[in-house]
Design a protein around this ligand. Structure first.
Ligand SMILES: Cc1cn([C@H]2C[C@H](O)[C@@H](COP(=O)(O)OP(=O)(O)OP(=O)(O)O)O2)c(=O)[nH]c1=O
Length: 203
């Protein structure tokens, strides 16, 4: 019997997430969700899962109305957690400097929630989600280092106002956990989840 193929869709505007998913060697398309993100959960791990589900379900609902094919939609959300306080995107130069001052010389967690939503025959059939946490240690930063990094513009679209994969790399003194989770997608955990989904991985 011929194996049924599922269409894989990444519900994300993040160029990093697209690059990371490409590393699994899968065919997929990208569709950005227009959802109004709302957090009702207080714990960071629950909040990121909630947001990931909102993004993936919004895209899945739209797609399954338009196509006969079975789809699997992946959504994700990343936050930085500093002593239980959630840091999202900084919203400007001053906000970025404030966040970087808070992160300087300390360890924090980066938490990414991932949702996998399967849909066909015009409706969502199954939603699964999980979260992954990585600990990141940031070296002591001088005010000059903070301001010149913030001025690169790199912090603006990133949770916690930094990108481990970019110009902030020299200030990372250590990490514990999945590096790719910090960039926006926990690749190993996602691969394990995809293996449980028939019709996606061919190997
Ligand atoms: C901490 C950290 C975050 N980030 C990024 C990952 C995410 O793209 C972003 C957090 O914002 P998110 O809201 O998780 O994602 P997004 O708005 O970029 O994309 P979408 O919601 O459409 O999927 O911060 C890095 O690229 N490097 C880092 O070191």
């Amino acid at each position: 019997m011929e194996k049924k193929k599922m269409k894989l869709v990444l519900a994300s505007a993040s160029p990093r997430r697209k690059e990371l998913l490409e590393r699994l060697g899968l065919d997929f398309s990208v569709q950005v969700s227009k959802v109004d993100e709302k957090i009702t959960c207080s714990s960071p791990a629950e909040a990121v899962k909630e947001l990931a589900v909102q993004k993936a379900e919004a895209v899945a609902e739209e797609l399954c109305r338009r196509t006969e094919e079975e789809v699997l939609v992946i959504g994700a959300d990343t936050v930085v957690v500093l002593e239980e306080k959630i840091l999202g995107k900084p919203g400007g130069f001053e906000g970025a400097c404030r966040m970087l001052r808070e992160l300087s010389g300390r360890a924090h967690q980066v938490c990414t929630g991932v949702a996998l939503v399967r849909a066909n025959e015009g409706k969502i059939q199954e939603t699964r989600c999980f979260s992954e946490t990585t600990e990141v240690h940031v070296a002591m930063l001088s005010e000059k280092e903070i301001q010149s990094y913030a001025a690169t513009g790199e912090p603006l679209d990133k949770a916690g106002a930094y990108g481990i994969q970019g110009r902030f790399a020299p200030y990372i003194s250590g990490i514990s956990g999945d590096y790719y989770n910090v960039v926006g997608l926990p690749l190993h955990a996602l691969y394990q989840e995809l293996k449980k989904t028939g019709g996606i991985l061919e190997w």
